[in-house]
Design a protein around this ligand. Structure first.
Ligand code: NAD
Length: 498
């Protein structure tokens, strides 16, 4: 295991290829893509893009592994042991995995070590537990027959991951896919292949050959070759809404099940009767965690008018004190934005907001140093209909809007194309229940930010996605139900031609 004293950059491989059939694919030439350390903008590694032939090899490997009954028909106890050993191996390699994630995605390493890697390991332990509690169904309404339902793995899964939190998100999909006896091909984002390349290598020390494969490359090439492959049985995608639509079209053409977890522009509603200090902490956590680059971000902060000025003033005061800097340093609270292009995208919203009459409250500029750093930013938007309140910016950028009462807050929260999560702060129980149920999202957090109960469904409504993760939902997606009917009495049959 690598330790804190080694040079972190030594952990990054010079070239990342695909991992197929239990081994790294050799240097095949072809298109290469540099990957950058967002902390200084330097190239740290190169990725060799998998073309359609290589994707086909990965799918064939996954198919062979799936067709082997030793895998797809494995006893639950043995599968649980594999999942738990993967979790242990992730824990044992936590420092290396966290460092690779930080080098590529720019997330503060202390946070990756304390949260994302812990979660990645837990995802495997979680599914090890869940598969031992799989409920069955038996129907006996008709006294002459017994009808029972069994669940079977679907087959070869294509798993497509975004760049913003590769370990935590991709591990959930890999764990769920293999827990139910599927095999898979993981395609990380071309921006952040490093931590997932290592994770797949670690997993392959434990799983049979071909159960977990990896292909790297851009979405329009490697990604579309994967989702369009005729021998892929299901697709689990996490990423942007527009890409999600493309994935659903590909899935529709080939009639494959697909689950898409997409973008968000979640409302964070602060009522005057909330515990103000807790709501302030929660608002800062929900917009600035993970450098603000998370689908769950509470990026539209709706504040009741009687406390608006005070709350916004205290938020701005705290935002100005946030330590932005080197993501490898334990002192840092917010690291760099993941890419130069994404930093430009985020900063472009300062002009967009101001052109629609918004006031810049704090931040709004790049830091004058190497790397893709920006100041934690907040604007005061005149209306919830403004672009800064409607479009996903995906960075440390909060938009504040004022509301008058609960009905006004509900209206504004629902005035969005997205519906991933929502936050709500009040000490009034009736209000908490009423408002939380009136907002159209997949999940609401009341008086707390971002607590994930993995057993419960997670996913969005509207343009935030289709499908859910969670104990029951993942089982439904990664298995197929089969109904079997057997007579349990002497049931005479009609006798055609007798
Ligand atoms: P993206 O849609 O650009 O890319 C996601 C993945 O899809 C990448 O691996 C990419 O290479 C691949 N891809 C792109 N085009 C493809 C195609 N035509 N066919 C197949 N694959 C293709 O998203 P991103 O910029 O990497 O991630 C940020 C987005 O992800 C944000 O919108 C964020 O809200 C969303 N996200 C959602 C969740 C969630 O759980 N709902 C979690 C994290 C991120």
């Amino acid at each position: 295991m690598a330790t804190g004293t080694s040079n972190p950059f030594d952990l990054a491989p010079k070239l990342v290829t695909s991992f197929i059939d239990g081994q790294w694919v050799g240097d095949q030439g072809g298109h290469r893509i540099p990957t950058f350390y967002p902390g200084n903008g330097q190239i740290i590694s190169e990725l060799q893009e998998a073309d359609a032939n290589e994707v086909d090899r990965a799918v064939r490997s996954a198919r062979r592994a799936f067709n082997d009954p030793k895998w797809s028909g494995m006893a639950i106890e043995e599968r649980q042991s594999i999942l738990c050993r993967i979790a242990d191996a992730i824990d044992a390699n936590a420092y290396e995995l966290a460092t690779l994630e930080t080098l590529n995605a720019g997330i503060v390493r202390r946070d990756v070590l304390g949260r994302q890697v812990v979660r990645a390991a837990y995802n495997f332990r979680f599914f090890a537990e869940v598969i031992s509690q799989q409920p069955g169904q038996v129907w006996q309404q008709n006294k002459d027959y017994l009808t029972f339902v069994t669940r079977h793995p679907v087959g070869v899964a294509a798993l497509i991951a975004p760049w913003n939190s590769p370990l935590a998100l991709a591990s959930m999909k890999v764990a769920a896919a293999i827990a139910y006896g599927n095999t898979c091909i993981l395609k990380p984002s071309e921006q952040t292949p490093l931590s997932l390349a290592r994770m797949v290598e670690i997993i392959n020390e434990i799983t049979p050959v071909g159960v977990v494969n990896l292909v790297n490359g851009r979405g329009q090439t490697t990604g579309s070759a994967l989702v369009d492959h005729s021998d892929v049985d299901l697709i689990a995608f996490t990423g942007g809404t527009e890409t999600g639509r493309t994935i659903m079209q590909a899935a529709g053409r080939r009639l494959k099940p697909a689950a898409v977890e997409l973008g968000g522009k979640s409302a964070n509603i602060i009522f005057a009767d909330a515990d103000q200090e807790r709501a302030l902490d929660g608002a800062l956590v929900s917009i600035f965690s993970n450098n603000g680059q998370q689908c769950l971000a509470g990026s539209r902060i709706l504040v009741e008018d009687s406390i608006f000025d005070d709350f916004v003033g205290r938020f701005v005061e705290r935002a100005r004190k946030i330590k932005v800097g080197d993501p490898l340093s334990d002192e840092t609270e917010i690291g760099p934005i993941a890419s130069a292009r994404h930093r430009e995208h985020i900063l472009s919203y300062v002009d967009i907001a101001q052109s629609q009459g918004a006031t810049l409250l704090t931040g709004g500029k790049a830091l004058d140093r190497d790397g893709y750093y920006i100041e934690p930013t907040a604007v005061l938007a005149p209306s919830n209909g403004d672009r800064v309140c409607q479009e996903e910016i995906f960075g440390p950028f909060a938009a504040f809007v004022k509301f008058s009462d609960a009905e006004d807050a509900i209206r504004m929260a629902n005035e969005s194309q997205f519906g991933l999560v929502g936050y709500l702060w009040t000490q009034n129980v009736d209000k908490a229940l009423r408002v939380s149920q009136a907002i159209r999202t997949g999940l609401m957090w009341v008086n707390t930010p971002m607590v994930r109960e993995l057993r419960a469904p997670f996913g969005g409504v509207k343009d935030s996605g289709l499908g859910r993760d969670g104990a029951t939902s993942s089982m439904a997606f990664f298995t197929e139900e089969k109904t079997t009917t057997i007579p349990i009495a002497d049931v005479p049959l009609r006798k055609f031609g007798a």
